[in-house]
Design a protein around this ligand. Structure first.
Ligand code: ADP
Ligand code: MG
Length: 247
């Protein structure tokens, strides 16, 4: 599978007396979907926040594309191609789908209209935004108001925004949350095709989606990784069954 794109080394985060991440070492390899599962409060979101830079670890480090990025800002990591998706609140609901894709491509979410005008005049940027929208199946919705999109379509738009940044890795925190059965199925099919573009670190509660998509699964319990393996290995693991799947 080649060199890892993203790695954590003994990542540890304390909130007072609570160790929310306890020496977590995981990696994300080219072409794969690596799912992180675990009960509520296990530390999944805390792990993702440290990987993306919105939380500073108490100890340990994060490596992306062979560089130690532990001290880099969220924005600097995004600029290197670390795409954290599905922050739906980051979309400008009054703006068109294309405007959102352009602003995302500019790294200028929520910026004044002059940024948008500059973006519209930039042929290369516009081509990239339109190609990304086509890739997620939103080409016919380009001129619609973002607020008029369905929940599932907004998630696709977030992926399109990430695609315009030429991502080297995706990090997703519960992308299936709030989607109905049909929406989950559509998104599952889409994520399946996305892994060729860049590998995905996927935190997800929807076990149907995890079992359908994951090349590897890591199980997080009380801040610690208790097992990493293929879908079959994890399903058969007695410690995992006891700690999580049987619950
Ligand atoms: P998960 O995403 O797996 O449900 P979280 O990473 O959100 O878990 O939380 C892990 C643990 O850390 C929980 O016990 C939670 O209450 C605690 N926690 C998360 N964020 C903070 C914070 N900012 N301050 C204090 N405790 C926190
Ligand atoms: Mg969480």
């Amino acid at each position: 599978m080649g060199e890892a794109i993203l790695k954590t080394h003994n990542l540890t985060k304390d909130f007072g007396a609570l160790r929310a991440s306890d020496a977590v070492s995981i990696d994300l390899r080219p072409g794969e979907i690596h799912a992180i599962i675990g009960p509520n409060g296990a530390g999944k979101s805390t792990l993702i926040a440290q990987i993306c830079g919105s939380l500073t670890p108490s100890a340990g480090s994060v490596e992306f594309l062979g560089q130690d990025v532990t001290r880099k800002t969220t924005r600097a990591r995004a600029g290197m191609g670390l795409a954290r998706t599905f922050q739906i609140s980051a979309l400008a609901m009054e703006d068109s789908v294309l405007q959102n894709a352009l602003l995302g491509a500019l790294g200028a979410h929520g910026s004044p209209w002059r940024f948008w005008r500059a973006a519209m005049g930039d042929r290369d940027l516009r081509d990239r935004a339109e190609a990304a929208l086509a890739r997620v199946g939103l080409q016919d919705a380009m001129y619609q108001r973002t607020g008029a999109l369905s929940h599932g379509q907004r998630r696709q738009l977030e992926v399109a925004v990430a695609l315009t940044l030429e991502p080297r890795a995706f990090v997703m925190d519960e992308p299936m949350a709030g989607l109905g059965a049909q929406g989950s199925k559509t998104l599952t099919g889409f994520l399946d095709s996305l892994r060729e573009q860049a590998p995905i670190l996927l935190v997800e509660h929807d076990m149907d989606a995890v079992f359908a998509l994951a090349d590897r699964i890591s199980v997080l319990v009380y801040g610690k990784i208790i097992a990493t393996g293929t879908v079959d290995e994890i399903r058969r693991d007695p410690a995992v069954q006891e700690a999580y799947l049987g619950a």
